[in-house]
Structures are given as structure tokens and as C-alpha cells.
Design a protein around this ligand. Structure first.
Ligand code: PAP
Length: 336
């Protein structure tokens, strides 16, 4: 059953919408197509767009994961597109020749569906149903019990908060109609720093997956964008081991790891025709986005080009306070 097409789908959809409209809500630094600021709804301690929240509540009520599935989880703009490409190419390398991998003609979001966006509309999703990968931006503590109580593996990626915010702000600005004055970056930053961001507060999102990875290290792999940039080969092999598709000695000798890294690299992916001029629906109602919006600069420390150092310091202080006693330090790991 999905929430749109099942016999009682419209009723279910309306019931969810009615429940959501009773939740606390506020505007966030993102414009709708009609130029209004988007509304975010507070649910179980986090902020969501209505469409994603409908999908999440549906998933909490109905979703059953494939027992061998791996969930690719992330806060938006922390490396989702990259991690999905890596996971997909690792998982399908014996099925597709790397040079004809679907990632050459589709953005990774079209290869791995989102739990809260595409799956509620089409639970037996049309992408690659026999590739047991799905993805989410949903915080750990809001995941359906059917996932957290199962043998599903989860791989999570996080990123420096100020780079994440800057990446988000550019994305949100590009989503807004061109002729519309956008929210100033400083205002958007303040909201993010106060915890009013989609799927945020960001630190709570990180902490949920971090704590779960400490409790269940065999089931939850916690990665950092900066580590993947610095030490790509090490973490790609770790990812392959984790999802149960380790590289053989022969594959390592034949350069398969490097070929996967090259296929998924920002340089290669951002240069593909599908990612320069293609578009895809991200599962939100009636929203089609150019794939190019998911490929901007991919630089560690790009915040410097957009925000003053004092804002970065403010963000780092907030994170230090929030992550205190967690044992987690953001930024690259010196000795992986
Ligand atoms: P999403 O959560 O909406 O899917 P996500 O892919 O997490 O977005 O974030 C996009 C960021 O990842 C962009 O960062 P930037 O704005 O700082 O440039 C994008 O450039 C970067 N990115 C996309 N693909 C890759 C890749 N193959 N390697 C490294 N970074 C990438």
C-alpha cells in the first residue's frame, strides 16, 4: 500500500495532512515556487517539510525493510549524492560493467529511493528493486521501528556544519524563483545555528546516528565527508566491507577500487551530461529539480568564501557544546 494510490490512500493522505497541520510550525529560509517562505513542522523534536513528514509518518506506520537492506542516511548537503553513488556502484559492480553503470546516465538519487519521499508513493520502488539500498534524511530517533529493530545496516555521513549550511543555502537559493529576493545568508545562518533547519537541529541529527553507531557498531557505520575527501580509498573499502561486498584481492589488484572512486568523483559526475542538463523529481509533490543543483564545488572549507570567520567560530562553539561528552570530534580523522 502507498499513501496515494491505495484503496484508502486519499483518506490516509488527508489524515496525515490533518495531523500535521496541528503541529507547531514556522517559516524557514527556503522559498516555495509562489515566493512564500516554506513552512517547517516540528515532529518528534525535528523540523520537516509537510510532504516529507507525510512520507515519514507513512513509513513509521507501514514500511517493512528488506532484511538485507542497507540504509544510506544523511543530513541534507553532507555528501548524500556522493555516498549513494559509492554505495550503488559497490553493490552493483558485478552486475553492471563500471563503464555502463546506471550512474553514467542517472543521478544517484534515481538509483536509490528515499524512505520518506519516493518509497511512500511507490513502496515496491521502480528504481532497482533487487538492489537492497534505500536512503533517508530522517533523524535516527524518528526512523520506523521496523528499521531500528531490524538487522538493516545503516551508513551515515556527516560534514562540517558551516560547509553544510553554505551548501544548503546555495541549494535553497537556486530552488527559489529567479526574480525573487532571497533570504540573506546571515539570516539563514542564524536560523540554522538556532536549530531551525530542515531535518534539524543538525547536531541532534548527528548525535542520534553517532550514539547508535557506538551502541551497534556492526550495524551502523558513521562516516565524515572530510575523511572521504582525504582518504577516499580507505573509506570506500570500509564501506564495501560494511555493506557485505568486500573487494577481493584480485579486484584490488585490477584497480576496481580506483575505478569506482573515479566513477563517483565530483569531477566525473559533475561533467556527465545527465548531471549538467538532466533533471529528476525528488519525490516531493510536483517538484522537479535540475541535477546540476547537486553538484556545486565540493570543497572542504568553502564557508570562507561566504561567511565571516566569527560566524564559523559561533557555529564551532555551538557544536562543541552540543557534542560535549559524546566522544565525537567533527572534521577529518587524523589516523583512520
Ligand atoms: P542532498 O542531501 O540534497 O542529496 P548532498 O549530495 O548531500 O545533497 O550535497 C551536495 C553537496 O555534495 C554539494 O556540496 P557543495 O555545495 O559544498 O559544493 C556538492 O558539490 C557535493 N557533492 C556532490 N557530488 C559529490 C561528489 N561526487 N564528491 C564530492 N562531493 C560531492
Amino acid at each position: 500500500m502507498n499513501y496515494l494510490n491505495s484503496a484508502d490512500g486519499n483518506t490516509t493522505n488527508c489524515t496525515y495532512s490533518a495531523r500535521i497541520s496541528l503541529l507547531p510550525h514556522r517559516s524557514i529560509a527556503m522559498k516555495e515556487a509562489n515566493n512564500d517562505l516554506a513552512q517547517a513542522y516540528e515532529y518528534q523534536g525535528f523540523w520537516f517539510l509537510k510532504q516529507a513528514l507525510r512520507g515519514l509518518i507513512w513509513a513509521q506506520d507501514h514500511f517493512k525493510p528488506h532484511p538485507a537492506a542497507t540504509l544510506v542516511a544523511s543530513y541534507p548537503k553532507t555528501g548524500t549524492t556522493w555516498l549513494k553513488a559509492l554505495a550503488f556502484s559497490i553493490a552493483t559492480r558485478n552486475r553492471f560493467d563500471l563503464s555502463s553503470n546506471p550512474l553514467e546516465t542517472s543521478i544517484s538519487h534515481q538509483c536509490i529511493p528515499f524512505l520518506e519521499l519516493e518509497i511512500p508513493r511507490s513502496p515496491s520502488h521502480k528504481y532497482y528493486p533487487d538492489v537492497p539500498l534505500f536512503s533517508t534524511h530522517v533523524p535516527y530517533t524518528c526512523l520506523p521501528d521496523s528499521i531500528t529493530g531490524s538487522d538493516c545496516k545503516i551508513v551515515y555521513i556527516c560534514r562540517d556544519p558551516t560547509d553544510t549550511f553554505v551548501s544548503w543555502w546555495h541549494f535553497a537559493r537556486k530552488r527559489a524563483p529567479e526574480d525573487v529576493e532571497f533570504v540573506p545568508i546571515e539570516e539563514g545562518f542564524q536560523q540554522f545555528a538556532e536549530g531551525y533547519s530542515l531535518y534539524g537541529p543538525y547536531w541532534e541529527h548527528i548525535l542520534g546516528y553517532w550514539r547508535a553507531s557506538l551502541d551497534r557498531p556492526d550495524q551502523i557505520l558513521f562516516l565524515k565527508y572530510e575523511d572521504l575527501v582525504l582518504n577516499t580509498s580507505f573509506y570506500v573499502k570500509k564501506l564495501a566491507d560494511f555493506i557485505g561486498s568486500p573487494f577481493s584481492i584480485e579486484e584490488e589488484r585490477d584497480g576496481v577500487v580506483e575505478r569506482i572512486i573515479d566513477l563517483c568523483s565530483f569531477k566525473h559526475m559533475s561533467g556527465l551530461e545527465v548531471n549538467k542538463s538532466g533533471e529528476h523529481s525528488n519525490g516531493l509533490d510536483h517538484v522537479t529539480l535540475p541535477n546540476s543543483m547537486y553538484f556545486r564545488k565540493a570543497e572542504v572549507g568553502d564557508w570562507k568564501n561566504h561567511l565571516p570567520a566569527k560566524m564559523k567560530e559561533q557555529m564551532d562553539q555551538i557544536m562543541e557544546l552540543k557534542l560535549r561528552d559524546s566522544g565525537l570530534a567533527l572534521g577529518s580523522t587524523s589516523n583512520p
